[in-house]
Design a protein around this ligand. Structure first.
Ligand SMILES: [Zn+2]
Ligand SMILES: [Zn+2]
Length: 343
């Protein structure tokens, strides 16, 4: 069977390995769809670490084979593959708080989910129905949006600023609207490109009341003119280096939540006094363990979350390099690219 690994900058190899037979408490999933995430694009562009990197973690498929001890699933059942689960044995897990598990379990370091099959522990798959495979693959970014909006504690009548109109920012937009936010402003870059235009247009459909292009020289003045009192909540899905530029927009007592990982500058600086006197809060969201999968699959299947406009491109597995170029292209109206695997 073939699986996709980044083996050099801008190089993906489909590596042939043996069929991964499930062990006693495992299942082997026939992968049918896998979304391309920003992290995959970072691996592809930068090849950090210099060793082959497995791709994919937004996966759906069906159970192909089950291990001897697996009794509650059978071949053919549709499942998504969860990428991080709590260990169940550390101090946090044993004291009723798996959310702060210090020993999170993942397959992502040694197995590609952009693969024909993936062998995985039983507790890392969640069954679903009422969605096709491509639709189910966007449950993962939705769980990430759940986590950051929960951390941000958005309440009705809040003014919310969302930075980054990728799929996570767009899901956050719709979640903020569902909560009853008073106004939702979305910030994005290069909104004049086809990619940017598409995202700005979909942001409005998902609930944004204003969209600002941060490449325009007067964007800050425009935000302040429109929102002179600032925002009660700021949700940052753009890289963490944007945090210092966004703090000014927070209202007194405001809360800023961010979820990006910094791939370039790990250190950021901002004015500690302004932060202090405005009594701001800065919260990190990291959606591991992914607690939100059953909820995400339920909301998607009941069409309570508008996801259809977000899935813009699908490519077969053998065109994976093309899928990655499209995902990076400013000249395509691209939001989420999903790689599709034959049966
Ligand atoms: Zn991801
Ligand atoms: Zn644990």
């Amino acid at each position: 069977m073939k699986s996709a690994w980044v083996t050099a900058k801008k190089t993906i190899e489909l590596i042939d390995t043996e069929y991964p037979k499930p062990r006693i408490n495992e299942v082997t999933v026939k992968v049918r769809a896998c979304g391309i995430c920003g992290t995959d694009l970072h691996f592809y562009n930068d090849f950090p670490g210099g060793k082959p990197i497995p791709l994919g973690h937004e996966v759906s498929g069906y159970i192909h084979k089950i291990g001897e001890a697996v009794e509650d699933l059978k071949p053919g059942d549709r499942v998504i593959v969860q990428n991080h689960v709590p260990c169940g044995t550390c101090h946090s897990c044993l004291h009723g708080n798996p959310y702060t598990c210090s020993n999170i379990q993942t397959y992502m370091n040694d197995r590609a989910a952009m693969a024909e099959f993936i062998r995985i522990r039983r507790n890392m798959v969640v069954p679903f129905s009422g969605l096709d495979y491509t639709e189910a693959a966007v449950a993962e970014p939705l769980t990430v949006a759940f986590d950051i909006t929960r951390e941000a504690r958005i309440e009705p009548f809040h003014r919310v600023l969302i930075s980054g109109p990728g799929i996570i920012g767009l899901f956050c937009t719709t979640l903020a609207r569902n909560v009853g936010a008073r106004e939702i402003a979305v910030l994005g870059r290069r909104l004049h490109t086809l990619r940017g235009k598409k995202r700005a247009e979909v942001a409005v459909l998902m609930g944004a009341t204003e969209v600002f292009d941060t490449d325009k020289p007067d964007w800050r003045e425009n935000v302040l003119k429109k929102f002179p009192e600032g925002f009660e909540r700021i949700v940052i899905t753009s890289p963490p280096r944007t945090i210092p530029y966004l703090l000014d927009f927070a209202r007194f007592g405001g809360c800023i939540a961010y979820n990006g990982i910094s791939f370039s500058e790990e250190t950021i600086t901002f004015n500690a006094n302004t932060f202090h006197f405005k009594k701001l809060k800065l919260l990190a969201s990291h959606a591991i363990p992914n607690w939100g999968f059953p909820l995400a699959l339920d909301l998607l299947s009941k069409k309570k979350i508008d996801y259809e406009k977000l899935i813009t491109h699908e490519y077969p597995f053998d065109k994976i390099e093309e899928a990655f170029s499209t995902a990076l292209s400013p000249d395509e109206g691209v939001i989420k690219v999903v790689v599709i695997f034959g049966d």
